[in-house]
Design a binder for this molecule. Structure first.
Ligand SMILES: [Zn+2]
Length: 409
């Protein structure tokens, strides 16, 4: 068979495989009670991050599509939207209102459509990061397994301190002690209790959006100094070191509870998110399994190097196929070349709305088929081994990396 035939047959096989996602932000049911228009969906997708607005006229929408339609966020968003709603014609300025009305009517008719769309696309399990209410499963434990966003605790140096979403860990979690050690003990007990109730299948940290991922310095003296002080009384360095101290305690707790620790690396604040900053953490906590999100894009080679050197570094392709589909093929090829175990390579769609998750899993199926067909063609993979490898990438690796997220049926 030539490469094209291999790609086509792999595409067919992969199309029917179930999928397990290691990272999502799906919105609560109430969000789908208001009209789900095309503009609203775009706004809640990564296409919205491109900074263009479609407006309300055929002219503004045509201009909008000229700007965004070749970006892979849009390419897969549109494919997901059409697939989820059984539409065949690409979105144009002329059919915009018709498409939008069709989507809104479908959601209005079926209040569970946002969940059914995921199931129809093959999602069997999704690890959910509800950063607005850490550890929630949106009331659907059959579908969603919660990761616990530990970031919030990194802001609790004072009873009035809040993170940048306005979340106050003292108020929200009910801490009222007086010392740093009491605070850490409270955090540990709080997370353990949730874990023992089956509500923490992983830890998650996304501080890369707010600060450099320079977590290496674990300075107890600095944390003691910062504790009890208002944010204004702390300089940037003191605030960072308090966060680091809490982060290190969470690295210990993740090992103790035997849950993977998901770390955002790459993109976000691009100046501070180079994954090589994580080397001291990988070395200090060999018993903690770190899932390195987003393939570290644009530092995909750095993630590959970390996966090559450190057994506790899992290279995750989460979000990568929609950030850049071509870079995702390069990253997956390289991760397969170097990862100590192919079982550590995971994926998630990282979306808020289901239509975009459908597009994202189409992107991932495409990336897997493209990469494996290339490897067969290059003589790096036997065709008869490709099916098993694809099953791992689509769902089995996530079951392996996150055993506590596997649904009990
Ligand atoms: Zn995310």
């Amino acid at each position: 068979m030539n490469n094209h035939d291999n790609f086509d047959s792999l595409t067919r096989d992969i199309h029917d495989m179930p999928v397990f996602s290691d990272h999502e932000h799906h919105l609560p049911d109430e969000s789908f009670r208001q009209p789900v228009t095309l503009s609203a969906l775009l706004d809640q997708s990564y296409v919205g991050w491109l900074g263009y607005s479609p407006g309300d006229t055929p002219e503004s929408r045509a201009e909008y599509l000229d700007h965004v339609r070749h970006n892979t966020y849009y390419v897969w968003f549109e494919r997901g939207l059409l697939a989820a709603h059984g539409l065949n014609t690409p979105v144009t300025a002329d059919n915009w209102d018709t498409v939008s009305d069709t989507i809104a009517a479908a959601h209005a008719e079926d209040p569970d459509l946002h969940l059914n769309i995921l199931r129809q696309a093959g999602y069997e399990r999704l690890i959910l990061d509800t950063y607005w209410n850490p550890g929630d499963d949106d009331g659907h434990p059959d579908l969603f397994a919660p990761t616990f966003r530990i970031d919030k605790f990194m802001y609790g140096h004072h009873s009035e301190a809040k993170d940048r979403d306005g979340f106050n860990p003292w108020e929200n979690y009910g801490f009222s002690g007086n010392t740093l050690d009491e605070y850490v003990e409270f955090m540990r007990a709080y997370i353990k209790e949730r874990h023992d109730a089956g509500k923490v299948v992983a830890f998650k940290n996304a501080e890369a959006y707010r600060r450099p991922i320079t977590y290496a310095e674990d300075n107890r003296e600095a944390a003691l100094e910062a504790f009890g002080k208002h944010r204004e009384a702390l300089n940037e360095g003191q605030w960072i070191l308090f966060g680091n101290y809490i982060f290190h305690r969470c690295c210990e707790l993740a090992a103790e509870l035997d849950v993977p620790f998901q770390l955002h690396s790459g993109l976000a604040q691009i100046s501070g998110s180079d994954p090589s900053h994580l080397v001291p953490i990988l070395e200090k906590y060999p018993q903690t399994r770190f899932v390195l999100f987003h393939a570290g894009y644009p530092w995909i080679h750095t993630i590959a190097g970390l996966a090559h050197n450190y057994r506790n570094a899992c290279p995750s392709m989460t979000w990568m196929p929609t950030i850049s589909s071509t870079a995702a093929v390069r990253a997956l090829n390289e991760f397969l070349d170097v990862a100590q175990s192919a079982r550590t390579i995971t994926w998630g769609s990282d979306c808020w709305v289901s239509e975009e998750s459908v597009g994202a899993v189409m992107a991932w199926r495409w990336v897997v088929a493209r990469t494996l067909a290339d490897r067969v063609d290059m003589g790096l993979l036997r065709l008869r081994d490709a099916g098993r490898l694809a099953e791992g990438l689509m769902y089995d690796n996530n079951r392996h990396v996150y055993p506590k997220a596997v649904a009990v049926s």
